[in-house]
Design a protein around this ligand. Structure first.
Ligand code: MG
Length: 378
């Protein structure tokens, strides 16, 4: 414990001023934090069980496989998570594990050299955003723990500025949709999965509207194939107090999507079309905003860059998730003070969460003061 206190004090001193450090007798303790040992990586699969069968445009599932990642340094362990939803990235337990097997973090002796470490990890293979994300989260959690501060504080974000989160209702029968809508009473915004037939899409919205007047946001998951049909649907939704529409059309039809956005009465948000930082600028003028997910963009380091770039282009930003544990959700929540809209309910939809972390209180994302991503392993 004494050593931990010393490390925290040293890191705080290093953050203050190089001049102060030299007054204090040369190079401060932050260097000692970074030179004392080696980084070690551990990972193992975990099957997340869903409370309800989850159906979106094109897929249904009852479980999501994730890989839990741990990076240790000098007796301190950071936690990370790589969710592998079957429809989103094409990455599997086999391919993600094969990637992680190639990662050698023992060559690094300074955990604060995140640019070098995560740059090395990113360079090992094209794609593989999910396992890269698990390493990024674990390394950032480790950094926060070594400094004794939550990441949002290290980045300078106010915990008071977090938005409410939406609660997702998948495609289902009218009876189940009513049950799920009533179960969502603690949440102030509903996210509705559409992108099926016109009849089913309208039934889902009308069913929800028959029991609540809460704001709704819609995710069509690429389900509407024709631009005029997509625009008609958005117009119909705008008359039912829908706030925005996520990924109305297939991810590659950017000309058609720009046509829809130009005429749309509601903001349009890119999800499947927006994977990593390099995508943000090319989506300017195609969508009004982007949905950042850590497993798409390789983690927190790149997510911060995406937020800055989108803001510079005048685009809206939302932070999303998949069905995953409170580890990955709490990591994403560290970014919540900087986004317009959050869809961080993935841990609420599962029945075997193995972490405790960020809580939703009165519908609002509520960050705790624990260091790093703010989680405790259960
Ligand atoms: Mg989406």
């Amino acid at each position: 414990m004494r050593r931990r206190e010393f490390l925290k004090l040293s890191a705080a001193a290093a953050a203050v001023s190089p001049a102060l450090l030299s007054c204090a007798g040369g190079h401060g303790g932050a260097r000692q934090i970074g030179k004392g040992g080696k980084l070690t990586l551990r990972y193992y699969p975990y099957v997340v069980e869903l409370q309800h069968t989850f159906t979106i445009s094109g897929f249904s599932r009852d479980t999501t496989t994730v890989i839990l990642v741990e990076i240790s340094y000098d007796g301190v362990t950071g936690y990370g998570e790589s969710a592998l939803p079957p429809y989103m990235t094409g990455q599997t337990l086999e391919t993600a594990t094969a990637f992680l097997d190639k990662v050698d973090l023992s060559q690094f002796s300074d955990p604060f050299e995140t640019d070098a470490i995560l740059g090395y990890v990113d360079s090992l293979a094209e794609g593989m955003s999910c396992p890269k994300c698990g390493i990024d989260i674990a390394l950032n959690d480790l950094i926060g723990k070594l400094l004794g501060q939550p990441l949002h504080r290290i980045w300078g974000f106010s915990a008071d500025k977090t938005p409410c989160t939406s609660y997702t209702i998948g495609m289902d029968t009218p009876e189940v949709i009513i049950t799920k809508t009533l179960e969502a009473a603690p949440y102030k915004i509903l996210k509705v999965k559409l992108g099926s037939t016109e009849k089913d899409d309208k039934m889902i919205v009308e069913t929800i509207r028959s029991v609540t007047d809460k704001p709704i946001v819609v995710d069509a998951n690429q389900g509407w194939k024709d631009k005029r049909y997509a625009l008609d649907m958005i117009g119909w939704l705008a008359e039912r107090d829908v706030k925005f529409v996520e990924q109305p059309m297939p991810k590659t039809v950017l000309d058609d999507m720009a046509w829809v956005t130009e005429r749309s009465p509601l903001p349009t948000i890119a999800d499947e079309s927006c994977q990593r930082w390099k995508d943000v600028a090319r989506l300017h003028g195609v969508f009004n905003g982007i949905n950042i997910k850590l497993i798409k963009c390789t983690g927190l380091r790149e997510a911060l860059r995406m937020i800055d770039t989108a803001r510079g282009l005048g685009m809206g930003v939302m932070i999303g998730c998949t069905t995953e544990t409170s580890c990955a959700i709490s990591a994403a929540a560290q970014l919540a003070p900087k986004v317009d809209f959050a869809d961080l309910d993935g841990n609420l939809l599962i029945s075997n969460d193995c972490f405790s972390g960020m809580k939703i209180i009165d519908g609002k994302i509520t960050l705790n003061d624990l260091p790093g991503i703010g989680v405790t392993k259960l």
